[in-house]
Design a binder for this molecule. Structure first.
Ligand code: 15L
Length: 277
């Protein structure tokens, strides 16, 4: 059975993924925070990926890395820099030095959030980040491309929408990514024999999607879920108005906000500039 390192395992996406992958892989799970519950086939290692020594330690002896660790929304530059620029570099470099060839990098819909909602975009569009956070995801994609071309690593970038069992608002109807579809795409990223450098969209088969996800389908992705069955209920609930720039663009509030509340804040005393791993 393959051993997979999941960084940022205590976060929302990490928690869904660990549950979905349980029993299919040996999971080495890391984070700066403690995990609420550790399953039998999991091994927890606490780490701060903004430190190279920690990144080198956790990347040892694994077959692939799913690098979820980092700042997951728009926020102060110092936090984004430490977690998503320095931390991301450390994880790629630690993988290379440890001979781990395959990295799955969950980038984000916010790498392309300044495309308009009336546009359909595919994996070949030029990035249009909507935030410092979005810029950090473009950095991760570029780093992945470098490590694939220069060092022969196998890099699978998933521009993730919103991981949730159900959509939470109108924007998320277009980018819902259910946990079981997430698990399917991650499994392709781990198992597909021909990955060199790929960008795919991490979304379910949503009727209202803004993406042409042909590259994911080419690799065998067959999403099971479509947000449309919740559309009526969501649209009735949605209050009209809001910032017109947010409404116009795919990134929504990320296009206008300086800070989005962090869904997984770090323990208070460690918050400044630390990276969850
Ligand atoms: C993301 O990239 C974030 O990590 C997540 O917390 C959500 O905000 C998501 O995008 C979204 O756009 O809903």
């Amino acid at each position: 059975m393959k051993t997979i390192l999941i960084t940022g395992a205590a976060g929302d996406v990490g928690t869904h993924l660990r549950r979905e992958l349980a029993g299919r892989y040996l999971l080495k799970v890391s984070d700066l925070r403690s995990l609420k519950k550790i399953n039998r086939e999991e091994k927890f290692v606490r780490a701060d990926i903004s430190k190279m020594s920690d990144a080198l330690r956790i990347a040892k002896g694994v077959d692939a890395i799913v690098h979820l660790g980092g700042y997951s929304v728009e926020g102060p530059w110092e936090g984004v820099l430490n977690a998503n620029i320095i931390g991301c570099y450390n994880v790629f470099e630690a993988a290379r030095r440890n001979g781990v060839k395959r990295i799955l990098f969950p980038t984000s819909n916010h790498a392309t959030g300044f495309y308009r909602r009336d546009q359909t975009i595919d994996h070949r569009v030029y990035p249009r980040p909507d935030s410092r956070y979005g810029v950090s995801k473009v950095f991760g994609e570029a780093l992945g491309s470098l490590y694939a071309d220069k060092y022969g690593m196998e890099v699978f970038c998933m521009r993730i929408g919103n991981v949730n069992p159900v959509p939470i608002d109108k924007r998320r109807l277009s980018i819902l990514f259910t946990p079981r579809d997430l698990a399917q795409l991650v499994t392709i990223g781990i198992e597909h024999p021909d990955i060199r450098f790929e960008i795919v969209y991490g979304v379910s088969k949503n009727k209202r999607s803004w993406y042409d996800n042909a590259n994911a389908y080419r690799l065998g992705y067959k999403p099971q879920d479509d947000s449309e069955k919740w559309a009526e209920e969501i649209l009735v609930r949605e209050k009209p108005g809001g910032d017109p720039r947010a409404e116009l663009h795919q990134g929504g509030a990320f296009c206008v906000a300086e800070e989005i509340p962090n869904p997984a804040p770090l323990p208070k005393k460690k918050k400044k500039g630390r990276a969850s791993a």
